[in-house]
Design a protein around this ligand. Sequence first.
Ligand code: MG
Length: 338
Amino acid sequence: MIDVKIKKLHLKNTWTIARNSSDYKENIFIKIERNGITGFGEAAPNVRYGQTAELTIQKIKHAEKILDKHNWFQFAEIKESLDNEIQDQSCAKAAIDMAILDWVGKSLKTPLYEYWGLNPLLTPITSFSIGIDTPDILIKKIEQASEYPVLKIKVGKDNEKKIVEAVRRITDKPLRIDANEAWTAKEEALEKILWMQEQNIEFIEQPMPSDMIDETAWLRERIDIPIVADESVKTTNDIAKLAEAFDGINIKLMKSGGLLEAKKMIEVAHSLGMKVMLGCMIESSLAITAAAHLSPCVEWADLDGHLLISNDPFAGVKVENGRLILDDSPGLGINGDF
Ligand code: MG
């Protein structure tokens, strides 16, 4: 039996990106229990990928019978069954995969990073994301974000220069720019990126729509900063075709369908010479901490979803001067309930 609940996560500030705007996010939280040990998971449905809370809950319910018939230590088999039976609503799979691995870690009394042989001292610095806003509000948000050494700035509503100029007037911190597929003409994207790369920009994320791979490859030949894929990549199968167009990929548990697939994606991307960022949706400390356990083996992290909400039901990974700090409690190492 999977205990499932929808919970409204309130955003500290209205969150605007190129596609849409929101004041809260409804995520689904799950709990599974066996042998007196509880595993927790979270799904953050995202409309961009055709996900809804209702469909996510349906798929989680559907997964109950898969969990019932498996030994949870054999989680590779569970993943295979989930992949066969749940083709959409990858966030539902992410919640289950997270809960199983939390349960496994707790059962073995081992933090997940240790189970995977990863060094928690090697977690990267996470960027702190600033949504699209007027220059005045942006300045306020950037002042509030003074403790974070790297900022990720959302653009794509045709006011990029104003936004970047406003940010640069008050800080010289490294900036990562995320256009969320906003630029549909390659010449427009080129002109904007050529201007931006003079502004100490670390990389540009998803400048063009997800299927415009050839146009992105054209762009890559003409600019000096790395291009990172986000909307263009969901699972391992997407990576090889992106290697000519992108320098790196943004892996999110809600797109990959969980930690096991994300781990495989990191290995495949690295084998193709691509860098990896671990990113997130608007998520509580539960899903963010899950992703943080994989972060010692990636180059970049953008795991700040929990920092953007005001009613986080969980506590887990800490962020100190931007660095992700994991403690040595077993499983995901999260505290809280829903
Ligand atoms: Mg993105």
